[in-house]
Design a protein around this ligand. Structure first.
Ligand code: 26Q
Length: 798
């Protein structure tokens, strides 16, 4: 949109006055932030209305991305950038002696997700709108997002995230789009008067679902999509009745808090309620919209594509069947045909323990009609497939097995497409994890390698790098990310290399400032900034990183004059509240940090910084400052990873196992611009097959490893009496489930190569340039374009 600085300043002053009855002088940053939000909303209102009306008029096919998590972070700057008024607004505020960055800080970080899966959903929202594709989000408006993390004596402590307390400027409550969602009771099938059966519900509890819509502003294209999040309420007719505090709370609980990613939380009734709640509300509202178009129901799949993001919304399968059977009165065969054509599913994990299963009694008592339908799907699947493929394959793939409902099986059987999130991951799904399904439905399996919304992770997070790009290759890369490859031509250009180095240094200083404020530790921008930011999980092997740090510490203690490029190891990670082992690792990292950061004999060569409360906003400061990107999961365990892509875009060099999307990063940048180490997938599977991994052997054979592990139990690392033993035993007595000791030597060697190479600043920056220039294929625009073309069959309006 067009906006002059003068008009902005006038609009802003007026908004402040109208909304808060305040003059500039009497306002505080909170009012400034709110007014800016309200004004931004006014700026996009027309485009939002137009986008919605156009879709309805053209009866365009739309995609709906069902996800129990969205992790957008802050929206103010992103909306301004997308509207094309970022610079004007920043300049206008400056004239008023205000700072956009400072005001933006007042926005709470919207954290309705745990990590990769939720952030991916938000990157997809951004790309759908920016590619002009008609795609909507559908999820839950949790009153409390992911817990806030604090460290107390080195231990993780969780605090509630009450992000809605001072209001949310972006959302719009849509009272007239509310629907009802039913739970419990009994269901009888009774004659419908025309020879069929219809369900009769008794004693069902009815709840009201209210949608809150948040606009998703496309990048400078006047297209606005929306993310619809559902909140539970007591139905109006029940409001008149007396309800006890407990009864009210039981209702409100459904959308009260996001579950932390954690297998020990599996099987909680409230989680199942959440899943059905947003699935049923979302499907009903899509069904209502479709009905309003006045088309025959057979057209449903040509107007609607519904995506199941991991198994959490897998109840889409029986719920869509329910609507088509019970509301539209279709035959089973017809309803099933439409359902499978409408739905598609993405798998995000290969960890067996993370595959979702629900006990039959829970599904049956909470959702009696849904359970009937699941039983029928299962029975028909068994009847149809047994003669074709035999009983064994059917037993392994059916939905209901051993008293539990297998949600992945439900999702695969009930949809026309199943995809993994990186080439390697999709191959593992076909060949190992979901091999039996692949035999049944080979045509349903495909790959969609993840991507990132590069606008947020470059333009917004890294203005210094963006400016170098503008000055070197022009500004077309901002609209068309393929053009970032133009940078490759400047590999030998010393001016450009110098500018890239200076931008990195600037970002390291910015992060250093934040580290100083948050931890009191001073870090040098001359040091290598080595970054591992992701959820804390044993398979991601933060522990391997820590063992190497302890090795460096012991090396320095053994020889204080040791020549070593100074290192700052930076961590950001939350552990699920009941994941004890992950919390143990946090405590150990914090105690190692305590030890090394205050030891003057190390002469500042080694610092360990564990920043509290890692979230999207913190990521935006850490990532641009990284020199080294730690992607060190045990090969085969990380489905894709997405921080690997964000870090590469920002010029960090990747230190990686050949896992998830790291393989494709290697293909993009070339072997010589990445540091690989560790076991490969076939080697890991070889160990599993032979069952002959012996962690103790590696301990006995390697004196360095002995010293490092002993440090956890002999007092060298203080204050970890308990925790040190837990780590020690997990590696030696419990045989090191994730092959940390097996990969240790190879990891140490890769780290040594990094240290050697870093000293040649020119060459290092050349490798960094190659990484930046190769990132286009990891744009979520590319990912979303192929979902749109291959799976959803939706088209751009541009
Ligand atoms: C399960 C049961 C009960 C409560 C919560 C959960 C739960 C919540 C979140 C289970 C899983 C998640 C999130 C998983 C996730 O983020 N997976 C990551 O997805 C990314 C996007 O595809 C990949 O890049 C990562 O490799 C993958 O780990």
């Amino acid at each position: 949109m067009k906006l002059s600085k003068k008009k902005f300043v006038a609009d802003f002053t007026r908004t402040l006055h109208e909304r808060f009855a305040l003059s500039l002088e009497d306002s505080s940053n909170y009012e400034f932030y709110m007014s800016l939000g309200i004004l931004t909303r006014a700026y996009y209102a027309k485009a939002w209305q137009k986008s919605t009306e156009q879709l309805k008029r053209n009866q365009s096919k739309q995609a709906y991305y069902f996800s129990i998590e969205f992790l957008p972070g802050k929206l103010l700057k992103s909306n301004l950038l997308s509207l094309g008024i970022y610079d004007t607004v920043a300049a206008g505020l400056k004239d008023l002696n205000l700072d956009l960055d400072e005001l933006a800080n007042y926005e709470p970080d919207m954290a309705l997700g745990n990590g990769g899966l939720g952030r991916l959903a938000s990157c997809f929202m951004d790309s759908l709108a920016s590619c002009g594709l008609p795609g909507n989000g559908n999820g839950i408006r949790y009153n409390y997002g992911l817990f806030k993390q604090k460290f107390v004596d080195g231990y993780q402590v969780e605090l509630p995230d009450s992000w809605l307390t001072s209001g949310n400027v972006w959302e719009v409550r849509k009272e007239n789009k509310a629907v009802e969602v039913g739970f419990g009771g009994e269901v009888y099938l009774v004659p419908d008067g025309s020879g069929g059966l219809q369900p009769l519900y008794e004693n069902q509890e009815i709840l009201r679902a209210i949608p809150y819509d948040t606009p998703v502003v496309g990048y400078q294209n006047d297209i606005i999509n929306q993310m619809r999040l559902w909140s539970v309420e007591i139905p109006l007719r029940e409001e008149g009745k007396y309800l006890t505090v407990e009864q009210r709370k039981a209702v409100e609980d459904i959308t009260a808090v996001l579950y932390p990613d954690d297998s020990s939380e599996a099987g909680r009734l409230l989680r199942l309620k959440q899943e059905y709640f947003f699935v049923s509300a979302g499907l009903q509202s899509i069904h209502n919209y479709f009905t309003s178009l006045g088309l025959p129901i057979e057209d449903f799949p040509s107007k609607v594509a519904i995506h199941i993001n991991d198994t959490h919304p897998a109840l889409c399968v029986p719920e869509l069947m329910r609507l088509l059977l019970d509301v539209n009165g279709l035959t089973w065969e017809k309803a099933w045909d439409l359902t499978v054509k409408t739905l598609s599913y993405t798998n995000h994990t290969i960890l067996q323990e993370a595959l979702e299963k629900w006990p039959i009694f829970m599904v049956q008592s909470l959702l009696p009609r849904i359970y009937q339908i699941i039983q029928e799907i299962d029975a028909r699947f068994v009847a149809e497939k047994t003669p074709q493929v035999g009983p064994t394959l059917v037993r392994n793939t059916r939905i209901i097995q051993d008293g539990v409902v297998h949600m992945a099986n439900l999702a695969i059987i009930g949809s026309h497409s199943t995809n993994g999130v990186a080439k390697l991951h999709s191959d593992l799904l076909k060949n190992v994890v979901l091999h039996d399904f692949y035999l049944l439905y080979p045509e349903r399996f495909n790959n969609k390698t993840n991507g990132i919304a590069h606008r947020r992770w470059s333009q917004l997070a890294n203005p210094a790098l963006s400016q170098v790009l503008d000055e070197t290759i022009g500004t077309t890369w901002r609209k068309n990310i393929e053009d970032i490859a133009l940078l490759k031509a400047y590999r030998e250009d010393d001016e450009v290399l110098k500018a890239l180095h200076a931008a990195k240094r600037h970002n390291k200083e910015r992060l250093g400032q934040l580290i100083l404020e948050k931890t009191g530790v001073r870090v040098s921008p001359d040091a290598i900034f080595d970054v591992q930011i992701k959820r804390l999980h044993a398979y991601k092997r933060q522990l391997l990183n820590l063992l190497h740090i302890v090795k460096l510490y012991l090396d320095l203690k053994g020889n204080p004059q040791l020549a070593m490029v100074p290192r700052v190891f930076i961590f950001g990670a939350k552990a699920a509240p009941s994941y004890d082992y992950a919390k143990t690792i946090i405590k150990c990292i914090n105690e190692v940090a305590n030890l090394v950061n205050h030891d003057d004999t190390l002469q500042g060569k080694l610092k360990v910084i564990f920043l509290e409360n890692y979230n999207v906003s913190l990521a935006e400061v850490i990532i641009p400052a990284a020199d080294v990107s730690e992607q060190i999961s045990l090969a085969s365990k990380e489905a894709s990873g997405t921080s690997n892509m964000k870090l590469m875009l920002n010029g960090a060099l990747t230190l990686a196992t050949l896992d998830g999307a790291n393989v494709e990063i290697r293909d993009a940048v070339g072997e010589e611009n990445i540091y690989l180490f560790g076991l490969t997938v076939p080697e890991v599977y070889g160990y599993y097959q032979r069952g002959d991994y012996c962690a103790m052997d590696y301990y006995h054979a390697d004196p360095v490893l002995q010293k490092v592990l002993n440090a956890f139990v002999n007092g060298v690392i203080p204050n970890i009496q308990q925790e040190g033993h837990v780590i020690f035993e997990s590696l030696l007595n419990y045989n090191d489930e994730y092959f940390v000791l097996r990969d240790f030597a190879s990891y140490v060697a890769a780290q040594a190569a990094i240290e050697a190479d870093y000293q040649n600043q020119r060459h290092w920056t050349q490798m960094s340039l190659q990484n930046i220039a190769s990132m286009a294929r990891f744009s979520s625009d590319r990912t979303i374009e192929s979902y749109a073309a291959d799976i959803w069959h939706i088209e751009s309006k541009q």
